[in-house]
Design a protein around this ligand. Structure first.
Ligand code: AR6
Length: 185
């Protein structure tokens, strides 16, 4: 990953519904009609208009993404993506999870969005192991940002400090790799 890409990423701890960004990403299910976890929190904070807009979309397959307005959220948009359910890691879970990140970023770019915040997709109700999900997320986002100017800034929004520690360690390893790469050691 390019050093400039790393500088465009940050880890924040807290509730994604409170972030003032161009788009927050929702870890939805394929109905797009709401649920628990971060999905429930986003629908509660956005108000009923979000559900009405989601109904018009009519669902979203795993690994894909759809965009709506942010309604009552501070965020201008919500990008809904459907992560894979963890089934042991042999059913293409990593590819599908990375597709969620990539397709969300591609939608953001298409809409000219500068800042986007991701939750740790699939790591709650869908059971994806947290460290493996973090690794897949950082790799997918880094690859995208190395090649694209938009979104300019990506936030990994962690609900607790344990998740944040995983992301910070993962980004630190990336930084160490860049450093040793430049110095040939
Ligand atoms: N802000 C940021 N992160 C949050 C928040 C929040 N307000 N609330 C939870 N998280 P999950 P999934 C974290 O279960 O695994 C829903 O019912 C949480 O700690 O929300 O992709 C959908 O409708 C975890 O790290 O999403 C689907 O049916 C992460 O968000 C299903 O759950 C993801 O946990 C999707 O499951």
């Amino acid at each position: 990953m390019k050093p400039e890409t790393l500088a465009r990423m940050a880890v924040v701890v807290g509730d994604i519904t409170e972030l003032d960004v161009d788009a927050i990403v929702n870890a939805a299910n394929s109905t797009l009609l709401g649920g628990g976890g971060v999905d429930g929190a986003i629908h509660r904070a956005a108000g009923p208009g979000l559900l009405e807009e989601c109904r018009l979309i009519g669902g979203c397959p795993t690994g894909e993404a759809r965009i709506t307005s942010g309604h009552r959220l501070k965020a201008r948009h919500v990008i809904h993506t459907v992560g894979p359910v963890w089934r042991g890691g042999t059913r293409g879970e990593r590819e599908l999870l990375q597709a969620c990140y990539r397709n969300s970023l591609a939608l953001a770019e298409r809409h000219g969005l500068e800042t986007i915040a991701f939750p740790a997709i699939s790591t709650g109700a869908y059971g994806y192991p947290k460290a493996a999900a973090c690794d897949a997320a950082v790799e997918a986002v880094g690859t995208w940002m190395d090649e694209h100017e938009l979104p300019h800034r990506v936030l990994f929004c962690c609900y607790d400090s344990e998740d944040a520690r995983l992301y910070r360690e993962r980004l630190q390893r990336e930084q160490d790799g860049n450093w040793s790469g430049r110095n040939g050691s």
